[in-house]
Design a protein around this ligand. Structure first.
Ligand code: DHB
Ligand code: FE
Length: 291
């Protein structure tokens, strides 16, 4: 039996705010939303069978916890608790997010000593970028629930204000997170989640842009050729997947944490789903298991 923590799987999903609203208002069975939530039904069953002890959740804040006052590129949450952010209509009625202080402190120590200059966060609220993926994978939580089923270590990535980190740097950060987790001397089952994307543009003359072909080819490469994909320049994302399509670089962090980037075998695709539209966004979703 393993004496150290292990990364068992990575989960990837879009984080569209309207998905959270549909769940919070009990509208998931409406025709518009049915096919989307059907695509996550296998994921919830998979999550029931493969519930981790902790999740490192890579996401981006949308000028809720952060602002132009301070723009950390990579910020790791080391708090015990994070309240849902008020994004303009009051905070979502979902439970607070509980952290994992010991594992977070270990990841901070290890990743910073591997030369990634992380910002550390001891207090912040979490917006739809973090809570909508939790809702999608864990479903509706009982009213008044004291927390989500699993502790979460938030890793906030700046993909909102340029300059944003390169795909290459994101993949390397994932590799560093893998080394950090696997050197934690408690036998935890840890998942790394990459969120955001897929193609969407919320502003300007190209608002509403969706690129199915590009999104699906990008997911193919994420599975089979993450190193090659990590070299894709930002301009390709913006041109092909829209200004907010750049959120996809965060998926490369989760992908970098998988065993095959560390000399192990290739991941198994446990689930793959793609759906258009959800609000203004193409929704992509993937679950990869380590061998
Ligand atoms: C939408 C998508 C996002 O990723 C986001 O952060 C906000 C809005 C949308 O499609 O409406
Ligand atoms: Fe977003």
């Amino acid at each position: 039996m393993s004496t150290h923590a292990r990364i068992t799987a990575s989960v990837y999903t879009s984080h569209v705010p309207a998905i959270g609203v549909a769940m919070d208002q009990g509208r998931t069975q409406e025709p518009y939303w049915l096919p989307l939530f059907a695509g996550y039904a296998p994921s919830r069953r998979w999550m029931d069978a493969n519930r981790p002890d902790a999740i490192v959740l890579v996401y981006n804040d949308h000028a809720n916890a952060f602002s132009l006052d301070m723009i950390p590129t990579f910020a790791l949450g080391t708090a015990d608790r994070y309240a849902p952010a008020d994004e303009g209509w009051g905070p979502r009625a979902v439970p607070p997010v509980h952290g994992h202080g010991e594992l977070a402190a270990h990841i901070a120590q290890s990743v910073i000593q591997q030369d990634f200059d992380l910002t550390l966060i001891n207090r912040m609220t979490v917006d739809h970028g973090l809570t909508v993926p939790l809702s999608l994978l864990f479903g509706e939580q009982a009213p008044g629930a004291s927390g989500w089923p699993v502790p979460v270590i938030p890793l906030a990535v700046n993909v909102v204000q340029y300059p944003v980190p390169s795909g290459r740097r994101c993949l390397q950060l994932g590799q560093a997170i893998r080394r950090a987790v696997e050197s934690f001397d408690t036998p935890l089952n840890v998942q790394v989640w990459g969120t955001g994307g897929m193609s969407h543009q919320l502003q300007g003359p190209r608002a509403g842009l969706i690129n199915r072909e590009w999104d699906n080819a990008w997911m193919d490469r994420l599975i089979a050729d993450p190193r090659g994909l990590s070299e894709m320049p930002h301009l390709d994302y913006v041109r092909e997947a829209g200004s907010e399509g750049i959120e996809l670089v965060m998926w490369l962090i989760a992908r970098g944490a998988m065993a095959d980037l560390d000399g192990g075998g290739p991941p198994r695709v446990a689930h793959r789903f793609y759906h258009v539209p959800a609000s203004n966004t193409a929704v992509g979703h993937l679950i990869l298991e380590n061998p």
